[in-house]
Design a protein around this ligand. Sequence first.
Ligand SMILES: NC(=O)c1ccc[n+]([C@@H]2O[C@H](COP(=O)([O-])OP(=O)(O)OC[C@H]3O[C@@H](n4cnc5c(N)ncnc54)[C@H](O)[C@@H]3O)[C@@H](O)[C@H]2O)c1
Ligand SMILES: *[C@@H]1O[C@H](CO)[C@@H](O)[C@H](O)[C@H]1NC(C)=O
Ligand SMILES: *[C@@H]1O[C@H](CO)[C@@H](O)[C@H](O)[C@H]1NC(C)=O
Length: 353
Amino acid sequence: MAGPIKIAVIGAGLIGPRHAQTVAADSNALLSAIVDLTSAGEELARKLKVPYYKTVADLLQSADKPDGAIICTPNHTHVAVGLELVRGGVNILVEKPISTDIESGQELVRTAQELGVKVLVGHHRRFNSYMLAAKDVVASGRIGDLVAINGIWATYKPLDYFDPPAVWRRAKTGGVILINLIHEIDLMHYLLGPITRVYAEPIPSRRGFDADEGAAITLRFKSGAVGSFLLSDNVPSPHNFEAGTGENPLIPQAGKDFYRLFGSEATLSVPDLTIWSYANTTVKSWLSPLTTEEVTVDVKTPFESQLAHFIKVIKGAEEPSCSGADGLRALIVCDALKQSLETGAPVDVASPL
Ligand SMILES: NC(=O)c1ccc[n+]([C@@H]2O[C@H](COP(=O)([O-])OP(=O)(O)OC[C@H]3O[C@@H](n4cnc5c(N)ncnc54)[C@H](O)[C@@H]3O)[C@@H](O)[C@H]2O)c1
Ligand SMILES: *[C@@H]1O[C@H](CO)[C@@H](O)[C@H](O)[C@H]1NC(C)=O
Ligand SMILES: *[C@@H]1O[C@H](CO)[C@@H](O)[C@H](O)[C@H]1NC(C)=O
């Protein structure tokens, strides 16, 4: 494929415009169209001076049919919109979660596989600069074989977060596992590979809603590594991804650690990216002094890095960082955790496809 890659944005609500602006600003891409059932799409298209279509069907029949599309429609529509696009031969970047149930998500991933169309899932935290740097450290072998991870996502959601029109957040499906932990699960998959077994002990509920408020979690990875993770949305704490990285402008940065990766040669703390190892590696012993090294990070916007990756995926130059199977895997692990909370027993994680 020569020249810029044509990319359309489907859905012009909250997140669609951010993706559209990122595409418009990328010299390797051409924003080919905006699609939205409502006038919000028409307004955004006019602002960005690109064609507007009301439906995906209209887009596919037009001269503006793109090479790739970014799906920014509500969660329950991801599979239907995605199927229409992949059947039309259009590669997709689908916002997370890939689907609201596992079966329909599998249908989307299988259909794309059969048609040879690429699927990238928008777990954009994989493109957070601190996570990219952590992944580089792991891949370089500097901390040795990964033995364990200790993670925390703890923060305090005020009561008005659960007020109308967001009362769905009080229900079983509105809890911290599906809304927040799913990102952490995807990051742990990114760093350590697939999770194969989970167990969760609920933390005490402070609100009394049906929604889960957190858990102490045990994880086993396919590699043999293990993990322990503390999840809570009902305690004031600086130990969470958002406060640690400062990625969400609405959440003040505290810069405290939220992951510790334990390897056979060293421990890596994230996001400070401090590597702890013995000063003299020939005397690896708890009696020896430890030394620290801090990895420097070049902070870039994850949306831009994710788009650059999507363009390379469309060109066939890179494999999807977060594939359709990875998107499903994150959902399946969340499902297994909820099951563990209900049964009080460990749950094996099914394979995604
Ligand atoms: N990665 C992130 O940081 C992030 C942040 C927010 C939202 N999201 C995800 O992005 C998705 C969209 O979220 P949002 O908050 O922007 O939603 P939204 O409700 O604000 O916007 C959705 C838009 O899609 C349009 N739409 C619905 N069905 C359509 C269809 N079949 N064809 C064309 N347009 C259609 C609607 O008219 C609406 O304008 C969700 O899946 C959400 O989980 C991701
Ligand atoms: C679905 O999308 C909304 C954005 O509209 C998001 O806030 C929410 O976390 C998603 N729901 C689930 C269950 O993942
Ligand atoms: C490391 O320890 C070994 C064994 O005590 C010693 O021989 C060696 O000189 C030490 N290396 C350094 C750089 O201090």
